[in-house]
Design a protein around this ligand. Sequence first.
Ligand SMILES: C[S@@+](CC[C@H](N)C(=O)[O-])C[C@H]1O[C@@H](n2cnc3c(N)ncnc32)[C@H](O)[C@@H]1O
Length: 500
Amino acid sequence: MPSHVAIPISTPTRRRVLIDRVEAVLCHRSKDGEEQYLVRWKNNGDAEYPPLSWHSVSDLARCLEYVQDYIESRSISQSLLKRKSPDNETEYERRPSPFERQQSVTYQSTSVASVLPSPAPLPDIYNGVFDSQHTLIFARSSSGPSIARLSIQNVPTPEMLQAARTAITEKAAAAIRQEYTRRLKRLPGVPITLLNLHDASTPSLRFRYITEYILRDGVYKADPETQEGCQQCSTNMGRSIGCEYTKKCECLEYAAVDTSRLDDEQLELYKAVQASGGSTMGFPKKFPYFAEGTKIQRAGCLVRFYLDSRNPIYECNDSCMCGPYCRNKNVQFGRTVELEIFRTTQRGWGLRCKEDLHEGQFIDTYRGEIITDEEADRREAAATSKAKGSYLYSLDKFQESEGLADEDIYVVDGEFMGGPTKFMNHSCEPNCRQYTVSYNKHDCRVYDIALFACEFIPKGTELTFDYLDKEDDVEVPSSPSEGAILCLCGTEKCRRWLWT
Ligand SMILES: C[S@@+](CC[C@H](N)C(=O)[O-])C[C@H]1O[C@@H](n2cnc3c(N)ncnc32)[C@H](O)[C@@H]1O
C-alpha cells in the first residue's frame, strides 16, 4: 500500500470526490490561502480510525451538501456558544447541534497529537484508505509518514477548532449558492430564482425539487380505471371552451351545489337529497375558473364561489370528452408564474412572485412525499422542533364525508422534496389560500393542494397563507405548548403562535 495520498491531478476537475463516499465534513481551515474542508470518509472497517483528509472547495463540488451541513451546524454551534456565560462549560461540553448528533462524534477535551503539515500539493490524509472510482479521487493510503493518526473521538482536534474559528467559508458559500442556482435553472417550466440580500446562506441543497407527488410505503392512489371523465361534454359546445353546462358535466357530480340558483321547491328537494346522501347530479353547480372571453385578466382565475369557500374543486381529466382546452382544467397544467425564493429579515426563506397576481390566480401546488398517518407521526416524533409540523399537510378534506378513520388519512411531507411553495411562510392575514383540487372524484385520499392568490398581489410582495386555515373558525388557544413557534407575521390580527 503506498504511503501517500494518490489523487489523479492530470486535470483539476478529476479531483472531485463522489458524494456517496463522504460521511461528513468535520472542520475547515485556511491553508496557503486556500479554503479547505476536512472530510470523514465512509469506511468499511475501522470505526475509530476512519479515513480523514482535507480538500479544497473544488474537490468537493459534487458533495457540497456535506459542506453546507457543516457550515450550518457551525453557525448553530456558534450561536449556542454566544448564549452561554463565559466561565461555564468548555467548548467541548456544548450542546451538540442536530447535525453533530447525527454524526455521533463524541467531542473530548483530551489533547491529541499535533497536526503536521503534508507536502503540497497533496492533501493531508490521516487514517488510511478511502476508495476510488476510476477517474475520480483515488487515495489508497495509510497515514503518510509525517501525519499523525487520529481517533475520530478527537476530531476535530482543539488545534483544528482553533484554526476554524478564524478561517472563512466564503468560497464554499459561493459554490453552494452557485450550485443551488444551477439546479433551479435546470428545473422544467417557468423559472424560479433565488435572492439573498441578507447573508451568505443558501436553502438546503438536500431539498429535491419534484413536480409530482412521491408515494411512499403504504400509500395507494386509486386505480386510473376508476377515473371517470365527463362524457356528455365536448370541445366545442358553443364557445370552444370545453365544458359549458354544469348540469351536464359529470366531473361536477360531487361539486358544491350553487344554491343561489335554486327556487324554493328545488331547495327543498336539494335538502332531501343531501339528507339521504343521494346524488346531486342535475343540480346547478359552478365551474371553478373564469373562462376565456370573460375579463381577460381573469381567464383561469378562481371564481368567487370557490375563492370564498372551502369547497373542493373537481377538474376535468384525461378521460373527459371536453378536450385539452377545457375551462375546467387549470391546476393540472402546473405553475405559469415566475417565482422567487428570497431571504426574509426574520422568517428564514420566503416566496414571492415576479409578476402581479390577480385575485383567484393559481400559483402552484404543494408537493412532497405522500406518507401514511403512522409515518407522519413517526417523523414528527423524531423531529427536533415543532417546525416539522409546518411541512406536513393532512389530506383529510374528505375524511368526514367519506367516513375515513384517522389512520387512513395520508399526509404530504414537503420538507425534503417538493416545490417552491415549501418556502411560503404563514400569515394570520394572508394573501393566498390553499384549495383542494381533485381529478378523480372517486379518490378521496389523494388529491392536490393548490395555492391561489386570494386578492390582487403586486409583484415582489411576499406570498403567505394561513397554516391553520380551517373550515370553521377554530378557537386558537392563547397559551402555547412547549416548543410552539412565535408568529412573526406582523399583521394586526396576528394570533401570536404558528400553532400551539
Ligand atoms: C414551510 S416553512 C416556510 C419556509 C421557511 N421560512 C424556510 O426558511 O424554509 C415553515 C417554517 O418557516 C417559519 N415561519 C413561517 N411562517 C412564519 C411566521 N409567520 N412567523 C415565524 N416563523 C415562520 C417557521 O420556522 C416554520 O416552521
